[in-house]
Design a protein around this ligand. Structure first.
Ligand code: 3HC
Ligand code: NAI
Length: 703
C-alpha cells in the first residue's frame, strides 16, 4: 500500500500489517495506507477475513502526537476509515501486542474481534495529554465493556493487562503465540465456525447505564476541571454513548477539537516530548559500552537513603545499606519494610513480593562492605566537610570501575569528585523526596565525569522508572537553584506583611501542588536552613543580612515544620493552622532589617514575585549552559516540584505570559523593591529574547 502499511494474502485470509517504528503511531501515511488496505480487502472478493497486526515492538500506540499541533489537523479521516472498516461484510480481527493505546485501541475497537498476546497492555492515555479519545473510543468502549468501566479507563488513563481485558469482554481471546500467527489462526477459527461480523457501533447501552458512576465522575471532574478540562469533557462524551451512535460521535468530535486547541493540552503535549528529549545527552556517542550495575550501595540511610534503596529493590537489584550504627541501620531496614507493608495493605504489592524485595536488602555499619558494589550513592548529611571525608573514603574503598554518586541537593559536585581521587567515576544523582515516589532524577554531570558513567546513570534512571534530566554543576543545580529565588521572595513577602497562607494560596491557586511555606514545612525547615547556612559558608550568599533570615530564625527556634508540629504553620497531624509566632518573628525581622511592612500585598504581586525571578533564574541557567535545553527546566519543575503540568512548566508558562511582560515586571520590582543585591537584575538572555519578541522555549544553546 505504502511504506508503512502492507496488504498480503495467506490462503483465504488477508493480512494488513502496519510498520511505522518505533511505536506504530497513526501518522498521515499510516492512515492513508490503512485506507488503501481496507479498500483492497473490500475489493478482494476471495479474501474471507482480515487480520490487522503490527510489526515491531507494539501494536499502534496511538495517534501521532506530533501532528496534533498542526492547525489543519482533523480526526475525521481516521474516523471515516474506522467506519468503513467496521462496515466490512467479512470478519475483521485485530491482533494486539505490546502497548495498544489511544488511537490504537480505537482501531482495535472498530474491528469485529480482538485477540492479544498475553503480555499486552491496553489503555486510553489521552487524558494525560489533556485530551479524550477522539476516534470514537468514548463511543465504542462503553458499548463493549459498559459505561462504568469505560469511564474509569478513559478517566484515569492507566492501562490494563490482557487477562483483565479478556475478563471484561474487551478482548475475545488471549494467546502466548506470536501475535500475527495467533491472529491468523483466530481468524481461521472464526471462518470455521462461520462467525458473523460484529460492529460495536450497532450495539446500544441499556437506559441509565452507569448513571451513578457518571454522576460521581461529573462531581470530581467539576472540582478539577478548571485545570484539567479533559475530565468534564470525558464524562460528557462517555455519557453521550447512551445516544444513537452518530449523535455521540458528534459530541465526541466537538469536545476533542476543543481540547486539542486548549492551552492545557498543548502544555501536556509539550511535557510528553520534553520528558523524552531530556533523556538525550548532546554529544554522547550512541555506541558507548555502559558499565554494568548489578549491586548498589547506599551510604547514609536517612530519609533519602531509604527511598533511594527502594528504587533499586523494586527492580530486583540487591542493595547494601551502610549506616553509622547498628541501631540506625535497623531503623532504616524497618522503615523500608513499613513502606512496603503499607503497599501490601493497599493491595499494590503481594506479601511474597515484599519478602522478595526485603531479601535483596542487606546492611553494614562499616563502609568497607561497599567494596563490591558497582554503584555507591552517598546520602549522608548535607555538610561539605563531612561529604568530602566520606567521598575520600569511598574513592579508596570502591572497586575500580565502580560509580560513586552523591545525592547532595546543593553542594559542589566537582569538589566532591576531586575528594574521591577518581573524579571520572563521580556523578550527582539528585533524587527528590520521597525518593521512591518522585519521578525526577537530576543527574549532575561534573567537569570530569566520564561520558560512560553519565550514560550508565541515564540508562539506570530509566530502568528504575525515573525521568532523568542532566544538570551542570552550580549551587542547587537546575531545580534548587531556581527554588532558592522563589523561597527568597516568599520570605521577603512574609517579612513585608503577607501571611504564609496568603503566599501559598496565590501559587496553589495556579495549580501548584504546594506553596513554598507548606513545601518547606514538609521538607523540613532544618533541611532548608542548613542549606542556606552551607551556602553562606561557601561564600554564595549576598551581603544582605535579611536574606532568608526567617528560615534561619525558625531553625534556631527549633521550629522545623511538620516534624516538630511548628514551622510556617502550626500542625495537628497534617492539619495546618496559622503559627502566630511567624507573624511576630516577621515583624521583628522587618524592624531589624528596615523592611517596610505593608498591608496591600495582593495575589498578583505574590505570584509575580515568586514566579518571575524563578523564570529569570531559569534563563540564567540556560545562558550558563547548566541545562541543555529550555524544556529540561520544565521537566525538572513539573516532575520534581509539583509545578502544574497543565501550564507546561515555568519556561513554557513564561512564553504564554510573554517575555516582554515578564521583563517589564522584573524592571518594575527592581524599581519598587530596590535592587541593591541584584535580586531583580534581568538575565541578558531573557532581556534580549523579550526585546526580539522571541520565546524562551525555542532558544537553542550555541553549538
Ligand atoms: N505519537 C508520536 N510519537 C510517539 C507516540 C505517539 N503517540 N508515542 C511514542 N512516541 C515516540 C516518543 O516520542 C519517542 O520518540 P523519541 O525516541 O524520538 O524520543 C518514541 O516514540 C519512543 O517512545 P518512548 O520513549 O516513550 O518509548 P517507551 O517504550 O518507553 O514507551 C509507549 C512506549 C508506552 C508507547 C509510550 O511512548 C507512550 O505512552 N506513548 C504515548 C501513548 C499515547 O499517549 N497514545 C495516545 C495518543 S493520543 C491519541 O491516540 C488520540 C486518539 O484518540 C485520536
Ligand atoms: P537524613 O538526616 O535523614 O539522613 C542522613 C543519614 O546519613 C543519617 O541517617 C545519618 O545517620 C547518616 N550518616 C551520616 N554520616 C554518615 C556516615 N559517615 N556513614 C554512614 N551514615 C552516615 O538526611 P536526608 O534528608 O536523607 O539527606 C541526605 C542527603 O540527601 C543530603 O545530602 C541532602 O541534601 C540530600 N537530599 C535531601 C532531600 C530531602 O528532602 N531531605 C532531597 C534531596 C536530597
Amino acid at each position: 500500500m505504502n511504506a508503512t502499511v502492507s496488504y498480503t494474502r495467506a490462503g483465504p485470509l488477508a493480512l494488513l500489517r502496519i510498520a511505522n517504528p518505533p511505536v506504530n503511531a497513526l501518522s498521515q501515511a499510516v492512515i492513508e495506507g490503512l485506507s488503501q488496505a481496507v479498500q483492497a480487502f473490500a475489493d478482494d472478493a476471495d479474501a474471507q477475513a482480515l487480520v490487522i497486526a503490527c510489526a515491531g515492538r507494539t501494536f499502534v500506540a496511538g495517534g501521532d502526537i506530533t501532528a496534533f499541533d498542526a492547525p489543519d489537523f482533523s480526526a475525521r479521516p481516521f474516523n471515516t476509515l474506522l467506519a468503513r472498516l467496521e462496515a466490512l461484510d467479512r470478519p475483521v480481527v485485530a491482533a494486539l501486542h505490546g502497548t495498544a493505546l489511544g488511537g490504537g485501541m480505537e482501531l482495535a475497537l472498530a474491528a469485529h474481534y480482538r485477540i492479544a498476546h498475553s503480555t499486552t497492555q491496553l489503555g486510553f492515555p489521552e487524558v494525560k495529554l489533556g485530551l479524550l479519545p477522539g476516534s470514537l473510543g468514548t463511543q465504542r468502549l462503553p458499548r463493549l465493556i459498559g459505561t462504568e468501566r469505560a469511564l474509569a479507563m478513559i478517566t484515569d488513563g492507566q492501562s490494563i493487562g490482557a487477562a483483565q481485558a479478556l475478563n471484561w469482554g474487551l478482548l475475545d481471546a488471549v494467546s502466548a503465540e506470536e501475535p500475527e500467527a495467533a491472529g491468523l489462526k483466530y481468524a481461521q477459527s472464526l471462518l470455521d465456525s462461520q462467525a458473523p461480523v460484529r460492529p460495536s457501533s450497532a450495539r446500544s447501552l441499556p437506559a441509565g447505564d452507569g448513571a451513578a458512576s457518571l454522576q460521581q465522575a461529573a462531581e470530581q471532574a467539576q472540582r478539577k476541571g478548571r485545570y484539567y478540562p479533559a475530565l468534564p469533557a470525558i464524562v460528557e462524551a462517555v455519557q453521550a454513548a447512551g445516544l444513537p451512535f452518530a449523535q455521540g460521535e458528534a459530541v465526541e468530535a466537538r469536545l476533542f477539537e476543543a481540547l486539542r486547541a486548549s492551552p492545557q493540552s498543548r502544555a501536556l503535549r509539550h511535557l510528553f516530548f520534553a520528558q523524552r528529549q531530556a533523556a538525550r545527552v548532546p554529544g554522547l556517542a550512541k555506541d558507548l559500552v555502559l558499565r554494568a550495575v548489578q549491586h548498589v550501595g547506599v551510604l547514609g540511610a536517612g530519609t533519602m537513603g531509604r527511598g533511594i534503596a527502594i528504587n533499586f529493590l523494586n527492580v530486583g537489584l540487591p542493595v547494601l545499606l551502610v549506616e553509622q550504627s547498628a541501631q540506625a541501620l535497623q531503623a532504616a531496614v524497618e522503615a523500608i519494610r513499613q513502606i512496603y507493608q503499607a503497599n501490601v495493605a493497599k493491595g499494590r504489592l503481594t506479601a511474597a513480593a515484599l519478602e522478595q524485595r526485603m531479601g535483596l536488602l542487606s546492611g553494614a555499619v562499616n563502609e568497607s562492605a561497599l567494596a563490591n558494589c558497582d554503584l555507591v550513592i552517598e546520602a549522608v548529611f548535607e555538610d561539605m566537610a563531612l561529604k568530602k571525608v566520606v567521598c575520600a573514603r569511598l574513592g579508596a574503598i570502591c572497586k575500580p570501575g565502580a560509580i560513586i554518586a552523591t545525592n547532595t541537593s546543593t553542594l559542589d559536585v566537582d569538589a566532591l569528585a576531586v575528594a574521591t581521587g577518581r573524579p571520572q567515576d563521580v556523578v550527582g544523582m539528585h533524587f527528590f523526596s520521597p525518593a521512591h515516589v518522585m519521578k525526577l532524577l537530576e543527574v549532575v554531570r561534573g567537569a570530569q565525569t566520564d561520558p560512560v558513567v553519565l550514560a550508565t546513570v541515564m540508562q539506570l534512571a530509566r530502568s528504575i522508572g525515573k525521568v532523568a534530566v542532566v544538570s551542570g554543576v552550580c549551587y542547587g543545580f537546575i531545580g534548587n537553584r531556581m527554588a532558592e529565588v522563589y523561597m527568597r521572595e516568599a520570605e521577603f513577602l512574609i517579612m513585608e506583611g503577607a501571611s504564609p497562607s496568603q503566599v501559598d494560596a496565590a501559587v496553589e491557586d495556579l495549580g501548584m501542588a504546594m506553596g513554598p511555606c507548606r513545601m518547606l514545612d514538609l521538607a523540613g525547615i532544618d533541611v532548608g536552613a542548613k542549606t542556606v547556612i552551607e551556602y553562606g559558608k561557601a561564600g554564595g550568599l549576598p551581603p544582605d543580612a535579611s536574606y532568608r533570615a526567617l528560615v534561619r530564625r525558625l531553625f534556631e527556634g527549633g521550629q522545623f515544620g511538620q516534624k516538630t508540629g511548628l514551622g510556617y504553620y502550626r500542625y495537628e497531624g497534617r492539619k495546618a493552622s496559622p503559627n502566630p509566632a511567624v507573624d511576630a518573628l516577621a515583624c521583628e525581622l522587618a524592624q531589624t532589617h528596615g523592611i517596610v511592612r505593608r498591608n496591600d500585598i495582593g495575589r498578583e504581586e505574590i505570584t509575580e514575585r515568586l514566579l518571575y525571578p524563578l523564570i529569570n533564574e531559569g534563563a540564567r541557567i540556560l545562558e550558563e549552559g547548566i541545562a541543555y535545553r529550555p524544556a529540561d527546566i520544565d521537566v525538572v519543575w513539573t516532575c520534581g516540584y509539583g509545578f502544574p503540568d497543565h501550564v507546561g512548566g515555568p519556561i513554557f508558562m513564561a512564553d504564554q505570559i510573554g517575555l516582554p511582560r515578564i521583563a517589564q515586571r522584573l524592571a518594575h520590582y527592581a524599581q519598587t523593591r530596590g535592587n541593591a543585591y541584584g535580586y531583580w537584575s534581568m538575565s541578558p538572555l531573557l532581556q534580549s529574547l523579550a526585546e526580539q519578541g522571541r520565546r524562551l522555549s525555542d532558544w537553542k544553546a550555541p553549538a
